[in-house]
Design a protein around this ligand. Structure first.
Ligand SMILES: C[S@@+](CC[C@H](N)C(=O)[O-])C[C@H]1O[C@@H](n2cnc3c(N)ncnc32)[C@H](O)[C@@H]1O
Length: 202
């Protein structure tokens, strides 16, 4: 069992030695296990992302962290490694022009297909915490409310199981909702009653 430590704020800026060897080991693991490519130029980023894990685990060095990753009990830590290395930034209706295009151009064609009995399938292929998939659902329902009763499914997947868990719950802080422009917020309220299931890659 790996115990996580509680730290005083004064410890938050501690730097850790991060050798080329440690970086290569972490890059190789991230590549073999998750298909991530960490270019040498990402070394500083990897250091800053993983320093939190070293603190949480009360480790003194990246060498010790690499040792942990290689041990049997380090298996669970590999999931934390993945979460630390992926960039999960997202929000409802992020890059809103995509949703405008979906609503005005794509949704009418999809609605016509669905009305004709064809299955309609959409995929949020790197869904992070799920806001993109819910925004797609809301946009479709705003464009064509009858889609709710037709054969339409949205698949949401992500390589990081932690974010998929949040997507599956579909519960978000209220300030994320109030930040959405009114016109899109109405779409979301309409989509909120839609049945949801979410999936994880791998
Ligand atoms: C910046 S977020 C984008 C979220 C959302 N698509 C959006 O645009 O708001 C990128 C997501 O891609 C995921 N990701 C990275 N590589 C992936 C892969 N090979 N397969 C699936 N998801 C991946 C990350 O875990 C992260 O959650």
């Amino acid at each position: 069992m790996i115990q996580e430590a509680q730290h005083a704020p004064s410890d938050a800026r501690k730097e850790f030695t991060f050798s080329e060897r440690d970086f290569r080991m972490i890059s190789a693991l991230a590549n073999e296990r998750y298909g991530l490519f960490l270019q040498p130029s990402k070394k500083a980023l990897v250091h800053s992302r993983l320093a939190k894990r070293l603190r949480a685990l009360n480790l003194d060095s990246f060498e010790a962290y690499c040792g942990l990753l290689n041990r049997v009990e380090g298996d669970a830590e590999q999931t934390h490694l993945l979460s630390a290395l992926t960039t999960n930034v997202t929000h409802f209706f992020r890059e809103v022009h995509h949703f405008t295009y979906l609503k005005d151009t794509v949704a009418p064609k999809l609605a016509a297909k669905a009305r004709g009995g064809a299955p309609v399938r959409l995929w949020s292929a790197a869904c992070s915490t799920g806001q993109e998939a819910y925004s797609i659902a809301a946009t479709l329902l705003e464009a064509a409310p009858e889609l709710q009763k037709l054969d339409v499914k949205i698949l949401a997947t992500d390589i990081d199981p932690k974010v998929v868990e949040t997507a599956r719950k579909g519960r978000y802080p209220v300030d994320q909702i109030t930040a959405i422009p009114e016109v899109w917020r109405r779409c979301l309220a309409r989509g909120a009653s839609t049945k949801k299931r979410s999936y994880q890659d791998g």
